[in-house]
Design a protein around this ligand. Sequence first.
Ligand code: GH3
Ligand code: MG
Ligand code: MG
Ligand code: MG
Length: 305
Amino acid sequence: MRTPELLLVDDDPAMIQVMAKVLHGIGRLRFATSGPLALQKMAELPPDLVLLDGDMPEMDGFEVCRRMKADPALQDIPVIFVTGMSSTAEELHGLEVGASDFITKPISEPLLIARTRTQLRVKALTDQLREVAATDGLTGLSNRRAFDEALQREWARAQRSGRPLALLMLDVDHFKAYNDHYGHPAGDDCLRQVAQCLQASMQRRTDMVARYGGEEFAALLPETDTPGAHGVATAIHGQLHALALPHQASQTAPQVTVSIGIGTFGPRALGWQADLANPDPASLVKAADSALYAAKAAGRARSAH
Ligand code: GH3
Ligand code: MG
Ligand code: MG
Ligand code: MG
């Protein structure tokens, strides 16, 4: 397991020193002496746990916690309040804004360690669960759910920025025949190899390839226009050709090939395909899907737009 990142937040540096001495063996420690500074550090690198002073002059811990829980990038990070107050009302307030646990000052070292470990364990399990929920079990690629989420996100970003967005739909050619000829387990293995090849063909860190379902894959290419998308598709055909997975039962070629449909979204004035009355993410999928159908009809092992 990777080293956990802890953020210790208290307006009193002496208090941070006390906690740091106790927690230094548990993870990598970072510090903030105010609410705004804490939020800034979290934005730079989301920690695995925040130990948060309730009472701070500029912005109190409750407000920091409220803001964290309203931010999708920060809301799964557990927060332990370290407070001087221990009234039921304060504790309720903390729970209402999303606190996971409480420690009262003066802190007990064993309790601080035990509660910190507990929350880090919960965080590690949450991360694991999120990872499993987003991953396709056969290929290890992102799954359909993760793809749909990314599409919503990137679609919204493209709308805001006016930058293009491309989507490739890929389908393995004559794959039913592959299964019939080589057997289903070999078919599974073939899908794994195709998946790896697709992953290796992605050109930018922000490109995402997913198993869309069955023997269909999808790639989401932010900031990519139609020529760029064609470039990626051509690279995929080339990589698969070089990989040369035998497919004796294919009517297209004696090796595994894919057909690719390209959909792009962007300002029409610049020549990108946006001729849709009410464009939404589904319309981009639909455009790529009809292009895929065209690529199949035109003879497979090719791309269409
Ligand atoms: P086309 O070139 O038109 O795409 O022909 P095709 O045979 O690939 O198309 P079809 O949709 O008829 O067949 C898809 C096949 O993919 C059928 C199905 O058994 C197989 N398949 C889907 N998911 C898996 C999987 O997880 N493992 C294996 N081994 N086969 C799968
Ligand atoms: Mg304080
Ligand atoms: Mg299919
Ligand atoms: Mg197919």
